[in-house]
Design a protein around this ligand. Structure first.
Ligand code: NAD
Ligand code: MG
Length: 400
Protein backbone atom coordinates (compact mmCIF):
# COMPACT_ATOMS: atom_id res chain seq x y z
CA UNK A 1 0.00 0.00 0.00
CA UNK A 2 1.33 3.44 -0.94
CA UNK A 3 1.16 5.86 1.97
CA UNK A 4 0.09 9.42 1.19
CA UNK A 5 2.14 12.11 2.89
CA UNK A 6 1.57 15.78 3.61
CA UNK A 7 4.73 17.74 4.42
CA UNK A 8 4.13 20.91 6.44
CA UNK A 9 7.26 23.06 6.12
CA UNK A 10 8.55 21.14 3.10
CA UNK A 11 11.18 23.70 2.04
CA UNK A 12 12.95 23.67 5.42
CA UNK A 13 15.71 21.49 6.75
CA UNK A 14 13.39 18.72 8.07
CA UNK A 15 11.07 19.07 5.07
CA UNK A 16 13.91 18.53 2.61
CA UNK A 17 15.26 15.56 4.57
CA UNK A 18 11.76 14.07 4.52
CA UNK A 19 11.52 14.47 0.75
CA UNK A 20 14.89 12.78 0.43
CA UNK A 21 13.55 9.71 2.28
CA UNK A 22 10.42 9.73 0.07
CA UNK A 23 12.65 9.96 -3.02
CA UNK A 24 14.30 6.65 -2.03
CA UNK A 25 10.96 4.81 -1.72
CA UNK A 26 8.66 5.73 -4.60
CA UNK A 27 6.81 2.40 -4.16
CA UNK A 28 5.97 3.12 -0.54
CA UNK A 29 5.24 6.85 -0.25
CA UNK A 30 3.57 9.48 -2.35
CA UNK A 31 3.57 13.21 -1.63
CA UNK A 32 -0.03 14.39 -1.36
CA UNK A 33 0.69 18.00 -0.37
CA UNK A 34 3.61 20.33 0.26
CA UNK A 35 3.61 23.59 2.16
CA UNK A 36 5.93 26.46 2.98
CA UNK A 37 5.94 30.09 4.04
CA UNK A 38 7.52 31.82 1.06
CA UNK A 39 10.30 29.79 -0.63
CA UNK A 40 8.88 29.78 -4.15
CA UNK A 41 12.05 28.51 -5.83
CA UNK A 42 12.39 25.37 -3.70
CA UNK A 43 8.65 24.74 -3.83
CA UNK A 44 8.65 24.91 -7.62
CA UNK A 45 11.47 22.40 -7.83
CA UNK A 46 9.71 20.00 -5.45
CA UNK A 47 6.38 20.32 -7.27
CA UNK A 48 8.09 19.31 -10.50
CA UNK A 49 9.74 16.32 -8.82
CA UNK A 50 6.90 15.05 -6.60
CA UNK A 51 3.70 16.26 -8.39
CA UNK A 52 1.68 16.87 -5.20
CA UNK A 53 -2.07 17.36 -5.42
CA UNK A 54 -1.75 20.59 -3.40
CA UNK A 55 0.93 23.16 -2.63
CA UNK A 56 0.11 25.65 0.12
CA UNK A 57 2.10 28.85 0.57
CA UNK A 58 1.43 30.66 3.86
CA UNK A 59 2.06 34.03 2.23
CA UNK A 60 -0.53 34.93 -0.40
CA UNK A 61 2.03 36.85 -2.47
CA UNK A 62 4.25 33.78 -2.60
CA UNK A 63 1.23 31.70 -3.63
CA UNK A 64 0.48 34.12 -6.46
CA UNK A 65 4.09 34.05 -7.64
CA UNK A 66 4.18 30.26 -7.48
CA UNK A 67 0.97 29.99 -9.46
CA UNK A 68 2.40 32.25 -12.15
CA UNK A 69 5.52 30.14 -12.47
CA UNK A 70 4.03 26.62 -12.55
CA UNK A 71 5.06 24.78 -15.73
CA UNK A 72 2.21 24.37 -18.23
CA UNK A 73 0.25 21.19 -17.71
CA UNK A 74 1.15 21.01 -14.02
CA UNK A 75 -1.88 19.67 -12.12
CA UNK A 76 -0.83 20.86 -8.66
CA UNK A 77 -3.38 23.17 -7.07
CA UNK A 78 -1.83 26.18 -5.31
CA UNK A 79 -3.58 27.45 -2.18
CA UNK A 80 -2.88 29.89 0.63
CA UNK A 81 -4.11 30.57 4.16
CA UNK A 82 -4.64 28.79 7.47
CA UNK A 83 -7.70 26.84 6.29
CA UNK A 84 -5.75 25.41 3.38
CA UNK A 85 -2.97 24.30 5.75
CA UNK A 86 -5.48 22.59 8.03
CA UNK A 87 -7.16 21.01 4.99
CA UNK A 88 -3.97 19.36 3.66
CA UNK A 89 -3.15 18.16 7.21
CA UNK A 90 -6.55 16.52 7.72
CA UNK A 91 -7.59 15.49 4.17
CA UNK A 92 -9.10 12.00 4.09
CA UNK A 93 -6.62 10.85 1.45
CA UNK A 94 -3.66 11.54 3.77
CA UNK A 95 -2.05 8.83 5.91
CA UNK A 96 0.93 10.67 7.39
CA UNK A 97 1.66 14.30 8.15
CA UNK A 98 5.21 15.52 8.64
CA UNK A 99 4.81 18.48 11.02
CA UNK A 100 7.93 20.49 10.19
CA UNK A 101 6.81 24.12 10.22
CA UNK A 102 9.03 26.08 12.59
CA UNK A 103 7.51 27.70 15.68
CA UNK A 104 3.98 28.44 16.83
CA UNK A 105 2.80 28.73 13.21
CA UNK A 106 2.81 24.92 13.19
CA UNK A 107 0.28 24.51 15.98
CA UNK A 108 -3.06 24.65 14.15
CA UNK A 109 -2.25 22.38 11.19
CA UNK A 110 -0.43 19.89 13.44
CA UNK A 111 -3.44 19.81 15.74
CA UNK A 112 -5.70 19.31 12.71
CA UNK A 113 -3.63 16.27 11.73
CA UNK A 114 -3.91 14.86 15.27
CA UNK A 115 -7.66 15.47 15.47
CA UNK A 116 -8.25 13.70 12.18
CA UNK A 117 -6.37 10.58 13.25
CA UNK A 118 -3.31 10.79 11.03
CA UNK A 119 0.13 9.41 11.75
CA UNK A 120 1.68 12.62 13.01
CA UNK A 121 5.45 12.82 12.48
CA UNK A 122 6.21 15.49 15.03
CA UNK A 123 9.25 17.68 14.36
CA UNK A 124 7.48 20.93 15.31
CA UNK A 125 8.20 20.65 19.04
CA UNK A 126 6.85 24.17 19.64
CA UNK A 127 3.26 23.03 19.04
CA UNK A 128 3.53 20.37 21.76
CA UNK A 129 5.27 22.79 24.14
CA UNK A 130 2.52 25.37 23.69
CA UNK A 131 -0.48 23.11 23.95
CA UNK A 132 0.79 19.84 25.48
CA UNK A 133 -2.30 18.58 27.33
CA UNK A 134 -4.72 19.66 24.57
CA UNK A 135 -2.46 18.21 21.91
CA UNK A 136 -2.14 14.83 23.64
CA UNK A 137 -5.90 14.80 24.15
CA UNK A 138 -6.43 15.47 20.43
CA UNK A 139 -4.12 12.56 19.62
CA UNK A 140 -6.10 10.22 21.86
CA UNK A 141 -9.53 11.40 20.77
CA UNK A 142 -8.64 11.52 17.08
CA UNK A 143 -7.00 8.09 17.22
CA UNK A 144 -3.78 9.52 15.79
CA UNK A 145 -0.37 7.85 15.92
CA UNK A 146 2.17 10.28 17.33
CA UNK A 147 5.74 9.49 16.27
CA UNK A 148 8.43 11.81 17.64
CA UNK A 149 10.89 12.99 15.00
CA UNK A 150 13.06 15.17 17.23
CA UNK A 151 16.16 12.97 17.36
CA UNK A 152 16.25 12.74 21.16
CA UNK A 153 12.59 11.86 21.51
CA UNK A 154 12.83 9.43 18.66
CA UNK A 155 15.77 7.80 20.48
CA UNK A 156 13.77 7.67 23.73
CA UNK A 157 10.81 6.18 21.86
CA UNK A 158 13.12 3.52 20.43
CA UNK A 159 14.63 2.83 23.89
CA UNK A 160 11.34 2.54 25.79
CA UNK A 161 9.54 -0.81 26.14
CA UNK A 162 7.44 -1.44 23.03
CA UNK A 163 4.17 -1.18 24.91
CA UNK A 164 5.12 1.74 27.14
CA UNK A 165 1.88 3.04 28.64
CA UNK A 166 3.04 6.22 30.34
CA UNK A 167 3.80 4.56 33.66
CA UNK A 168 7.48 4.72 34.62
CA UNK A 169 7.08 2.54 37.74
CA UNK A 170 5.16 -0.25 36.03
CA UNK A 171 7.71 -0.37 33.20
CA UNK A 172 10.69 -0.37 35.56
CA UNK A 173 12.00 2.94 34.26
CA UNK A 174 14.02 5.11 36.62
CA UNK A 175 14.67 8.07 34.33
CA UNK A 176 15.21 9.44 30.87
CA UNK A 177 18.68 10.63 29.92
CA UNK A 178 18.12 13.45 27.43
CA UNK A 179 21.33 14.18 25.56
CA UNK A 180 22.41 17.63 24.38
CA UNK A 181 25.35 18.58 22.20
CA UNK A 182 25.91 21.74 24.25
CA UNK A 183 25.76 23.84 21.08
CA UNK A 184 28.46 26.09 19.60
CA UNK A 185 29.17 27.91 22.89
CA UNK A 186 29.66 24.91 25.16
CA UNK A 187 32.33 25.60 27.77
CA UNK A 188 32.07 29.39 27.55
CA UNK A 189 31.51 31.65 30.55
CA UNK A 190 28.81 34.32 30.64
CA UNK A 191 31.27 37.14 29.86
CA UNK A 192 32.30 35.33 26.69
CA UNK A 193 28.73 35.29 25.41
CA UNK A 194 28.02 39.04 25.41
CA UNK A 195 29.34 39.73 21.93
CA UNK A 196 28.59 36.55 20.03
CA UNK A 197 27.04 37.17 16.60
CA UNK A 198 24.06 35.49 14.90
CA UNK A 199 26.48 33.86 12.45
CA UNK A 200 28.41 32.28 15.33
CA UNK A 201 25.22 31.21 17.07
CA UNK A 202 23.76 29.41 14.05
CA UNK A 203 26.99 27.52 13.32
CA UNK A 204 26.08 24.28 15.07
CA UNK A 205 29.02 21.89 15.57
CA UNK A 206 27.15 18.68 14.58
CA UNK A 207 23.74 19.32 13.04
CA UNK A 208 22.68 21.33 10.02
CA UNK A 209 19.31 22.90 10.88
CA UNK A 210 17.05 25.92 10.37
CA UNK A 211 18.10 29.26 11.92
CA UNK A 212 15.65 29.34 14.80
CA UNK A 213 16.43 25.89 16.18
CA UNK A 214 20.14 26.60 15.71
CA UNK A 215 19.91 29.66 17.98
CA UNK A 216 17.79 27.59 20.39
CA UNK A 217 20.59 25.03 20.49
CA UNK A 218 23.13 27.74 21.29
CA UNK A 219 21.06 29.12 24.22
CA UNK A 220 20.07 25.59 25.38
CA UNK A 221 16.43 26.64 24.94
CA UNK A 222 16.22 23.81 22.44
CA UNK A 223 16.96 21.42 25.30
CA UNK A 224 14.46 23.29 27.46
CA UNK A 225 11.74 22.91 24.81
CA UNK A 226 12.75 19.26 24.46
CA UNK A 227 12.47 18.75 28.22
CA UNK A 228 8.85 19.94 28.05
CA UNK A 229 8.27 17.93 24.87
CA UNK A 230 9.51 14.77 26.63
CA UNK A 231 7.33 15.40 29.70
CA UNK A 232 4.22 15.57 27.51
CA UNK A 233 5.16 12.76 25.13
CA UNK A 234 6.24 10.29 27.78
CA UNK A 235 3.99 11.39 30.66
CA UNK A 236 6.69 12.31 33.16
CA UNK A 237 8.04 15.21 35.21
CA UNK A 238 11.20 17.28 34.66
CA UNK A 239 12.87 15.65 37.69
CA UNK A 240 12.56 12.27 35.95
CA UNK A 241 14.71 13.57 33.12
CA UNK A 242 18.45 14.14 33.37
CA UNK A 243 19.97 16.35 30.68
CA UNK A 244 23.38 14.98 29.70
CA UNK A 245 25.71 17.06 27.57
CA UNK A 246 27.30 14.72 25.03
CA UNK A 247 29.29 16.80 22.55
CA UNK A 248 29.73 14.10 19.88
CA UNK A 249 25.93 13.77 19.27
CA UNK A 250 26.29 10.04 18.63
CA UNK A 251 24.00 8.84 21.41
CA UNK A 252 20.69 10.55 20.73
CA UNK A 253 19.22 9.85 24.20
CA UNK A 254 18.76 6.97 26.64
CA UNK A 255 16.36 5.32 29.06
CA UNK A 256 17.64 4.13 32.41
CA UNK A 257 15.88 1.18 34.07
CA UNK A 258 15.56 0.15 37.70
CA UNK A 259 17.55 -3.05 37.09
CA UNK A 260 20.60 -0.96 36.17
CA UNK A 261 20.20 -1.24 32.38
CA UNK A 262 20.58 1.82 30.19
CA UNK A 263 19.19 1.52 26.67
CA UNK A 264 20.43 4.02 24.12
CA UNK A 265 19.95 4.76 20.45
CA UNK A 266 23.06 5.74 18.51
CA UNK A 267 23.51 7.05 15.01
CA UNK A 268 24.90 9.72 12.73
CA UNK A 269 23.64 13.24 13.43
CA UNK A 270 21.36 13.05 10.37
CA UNK A 271 17.63 13.64 10.74
CA UNK A 272 16.81 11.19 7.96
CA UNK A 273 17.21 8.36 10.53
CA UNK A 274 14.39 9.48 12.86
CA UNK A 275 12.32 10.62 9.86
CA UNK A 276 12.57 7.23 8.14
CA UNK A 277 11.90 5.49 11.45
CA UNK A 278 8.71 7.50 11.96
CA UNK A 279 7.52 7.02 8.40
CA UNK A 280 8.06 3.25 8.34
CA UNK A 281 7.40 2.33 11.99
CA UNK A 282 7.18 -0.43 13.10
CA UNK A 283 9.26 -1.43 10.08
CA UNK A 284 12.63 -0.01 9.10
CA UNK A 285 13.64 1.33 5.71
CA UNK A 286 16.78 2.70 4.13
CA UNK A 287 17.16 6.38 5.00
CA UNK A 288 20.26 7.20 2.99
CA UNK A 289 22.24 7.80 6.19
CA UNK A 290 25.73 6.34 6.14
CA UNK A 291 26.65 3.71 8.69
CA UNK A 292 28.02 4.76 12.03
CA UNK A 293 31.71 3.92 12.32
CA UNK A 294 32.54 3.63 16.01
CA UNK A 295 36.27 3.37 15.29
CA UNK A 296 36.25 6.79 13.67
CA UNK A 297 34.28 8.24 16.59
CA UNK A 298 36.57 6.49 19.11
CA UNK A 299 35.43 8.54 22.13
CA UNK A 300 32.09 9.39 23.69
CA UNK A 301 32.09 11.95 26.50
CA UNK A 302 29.52 13.33 28.92
CA UNK A 303 29.17 16.49 31.03
CA UNK A 304 26.59 18.17 33.23
CA UNK A 305 24.79 21.11 31.61
CA UNK A 306 25.99 24.57 32.72
CA UNK A 307 22.64 26.00 33.75
CA UNK A 308 23.98 29.22 35.23
CA UNK A 309 25.63 30.30 31.95
CA UNK A 310 22.65 29.01 29.93
CA UNK A 311 19.53 29.83 31.98
CA UNK A 312 17.01 28.80 29.30
CA UNK A 313 17.00 25.17 30.37
CA UNK A 314 15.90 26.07 33.90
CA UNK A 315 13.33 28.57 32.56
CA UNK A 316 11.74 25.76 30.57
CA UNK A 317 11.56 23.48 33.62
CA UNK A 318 9.96 26.34 35.53
CA UNK A 319 7.41 26.92 32.75
CA UNK A 320 6.44 23.24 32.70
CA UNK A 321 5.99 23.18 36.49
CA UNK A 322 3.89 26.36 36.38
CA UNK A 323 1.77 24.62 33.73
CA UNK A 324 -1.35 26.09 32.13
CA UNK A 325 -0.53 28.95 29.80
CA UNK A 326 3.11 29.29 30.93
CA UNK A 327 4.80 26.95 28.42
CA UNK A 328 3.07 28.85 25.57
CA UNK A 329 4.37 32.11 27.05
CA UNK A 330 7.91 30.74 27.31
CA UNK A 331 7.75 29.60 23.69
CA UNK A 332 6.35 32.85 22.30
CA UNK A 333 8.80 35.05 24.23
CA UNK A 334 11.61 32.86 22.98
CA UNK A 335 10.50 33.17 19.34
CA UNK A 336 10.39 36.96 19.60
CA UNK A 337 13.72 37.17 21.44
CA UNK A 338 15.44 34.90 18.92
CA UNK A 339 14.15 37.00 16.00
CA UNK A 340 15.39 40.16 17.73
CA UNK A 341 18.80 38.57 18.28
CA UNK A 342 18.98 37.50 14.62
CA UNK A 343 18.18 41.13 13.62
CA UNK A 344 20.95 42.21 16.03
CA UNK A 345 18.48 44.17 18.15
CA UNK A 346 19.42 42.42 21.38
CA UNK A 347 22.58 40.60 22.47
CA UNK A 348 22.68 36.81 22.77
CA UNK A 349 22.43 37.06 26.55
CA UNK A 350 19.30 39.21 26.09
CA UNK A 351 17.38 36.13 24.95
CA UNK A 352 17.03 34.49 28.40
CA UNK A 353 16.46 37.83 30.10
CA UNK A 354 13.56 38.74 27.79
CA UNK A 355 11.99 35.32 28.38
CA UNK A 356 12.47 35.45 32.17
CA UNK A 357 10.93 38.91 32.36
CA UNK A 358 7.93 38.03 30.22
CA UNK A 359 7.34 34.89 32.33
CA UNK A 360 7.54 36.95 35.50
CA UNK A 361 4.84 39.31 34.22
CA UNK A 362 2.52 36.50 33.24
CA UNK A 363 -0.39 35.39 35.36
CA UNK A 364 -0.74 31.69 34.69
CA UNK A 365 -4.15 30.38 33.76
CA UNK A 366 -5.25 26.77 33.71
CA UNK A 367 -6.00 25.78 30.11
CA UNK A 368 -9.28 24.27 28.99
CA UNK A 369 -9.47 25.65 25.44
CA UNK A 370 -7.16 26.37 22.55
CA UNK A 371 -8.24 30.02 22.52
CA UNK A 372 -6.45 30.52 25.85
CA UNK A 373 -3.20 29.22 24.38
CA UNK A 374 -3.50 31.51 21.38
CA UNK A 375 -4.26 34.47 23.64
CA UNK A 376 -1.28 33.70 25.90
CA UNK A 377 0.93 33.36 22.83
CA UNK A 378 -0.23 36.75 21.49
CA UNK A 379 0.14 38.42 24.91
CA UNK A 380 3.69 37.08 25.35
CA UNK A 381 4.73 38.23 21.87
CA UNK A 382 3.56 41.75 22.67
CA UNK A 383 5.17 41.73 26.09
CA UNK A 384 8.48 40.56 24.62
CA UNK A 385 8.33 43.12 21.78
CA UNK A 386 7.67 45.87 24.32
CA UNK A 387 10.73 44.90 26.35
CA UNK A 388 12.88 44.82 23.22
CA UNK A 389 11.55 48.12 21.79
CA UNK A 390 11.82 50.14 25.02
CA UNK A 391 15.28 49.59 26.39
CA UNK A 392 14.87 52.67 28.64
CA UNK A 393 12.07 51.48 30.91
CA UNK A 394 14.41 51.43 33.86
CA UNK A 395 15.20 47.76 34.24
CA UNK A 396 15.82 46.81 30.64
CA UNK A 397 19.32 48.18 30.24
CA UNK A 398 20.30 44.74 31.48
CA UNK A 399 18.67 43.01 28.50
CA UNK A 400 22.07 41.41 28.11
P1 NAD B 1 13.49 25.59 8.80
O1 NAD B 1 13.53 27.00 9.17
O2 NAD B 1 14.61 25.01 8.01
O3 NAD B 1 12.15 25.28 7.99
C1 NAD B 1 10.90 25.74 8.41
C2 NAD B 1 9.80 25.43 7.41
O4 NAD B 1 8.57 25.98 7.89
C3 NAD B 1 10.04 26.05 6.03
O5 NAD B 1 9.53 25.20 5.03
C4 NAD B 1 9.19 27.33 6.07
O6 NAD B 1 8.79 27.76 4.80
C5 NAD B 1 8.02 26.86 6.90
N1 NAD B 1 7.34 27.95 7.60
C6 NAD B 1 7.93 28.91 8.35
N2 NAD B 1 7.01 29.76 8.83
C7 NAD B 1 5.81 29.33 8.38
C8 NAD B 1 4.47 29.79 8.51
N3 NAD B 1 4.18 30.90 9.21
N4 NAD B 1 3.48 29.08 7.92
C9 NAD B 1 3.77 27.98 7.18
N5 NAD B 1 5.02 27.51 7.01
C10 NAD B 1 6.01 28.17 7.59
O7 NAD B 1 13.30 24.76 10.16
P2 NAD B 1 13.73 23.27 10.49
O8 NAD B 1 15.11 23.26 11.02
O9 NAD B 1 13.39 22.36 9.36
O10 NAD B 1 12.79 22.96 11.73
C11 NAD B 1 11.42 22.71 11.57
C12 NAD B 1 10.84 22.21 12.90
O11 NAD B 1 11.47 20.97 13.22
C13 NAD B 1 11.11 23.15 14.07
O12 NAD B 1 10.03 23.11 14.94
C14 NAD B 1 12.33 22.53 14.75
O13 NAD B 1 12.39 22.80 16.12
C15 NAD B 1 12.08 21.05 14.51
N6 NAD B 1 13.29 20.23 14.49
C16 NAD B 1 14.26 20.46 13.56
C17 NAD B 1 15.43 19.70 13.56
C18 NAD B 1 16.49 19.90 12.51
O14 NAD B 1 17.46 19.14 12.49
N7 NAD B 1 16.38 20.88 11.63
C19 NAD B 1 15.59 18.71 14.53
C20 NAD B 1 14.58 18.50 15.47
C21 NAD B 1 13.43 19.26 15.44
MG1 MG C 1 16.46 17.56 19.14
Amino acid sequence: MIRQLTVLGSTGSIGQSTLDVVRRHPQKYRVFALSAARSVEQMLQDIVEFSPVYAVMAESQAAAELLGRLPSGCATEVLTGADALAMIASHEAVDQVMAAIVGAAGLLPTLAAAESGKRVLLANKESLVMAGPLFMQAVRQGGAELLPIDSEHNAIFQSLPQHYDGDFARCGISRILLTASGGPFRGRRLAQLQDVTPAQAVAHPNWSMGQKISVDSATLMNKGLELIEACFLFNCQPDQIQVVVHPQSVIHSMVQYTDGSVIAQLGQPDMRTPIAYGMAWPERIDSGVRELDLFTIATLSFERPDSSTFPCLALAGEAFRAGGTMPAVLNAANEIAVEAFLREQIPFTGIPSVIARVMKKHEVQPVTALAQILAADAWARQAAEALIQQPSDGSSENLG
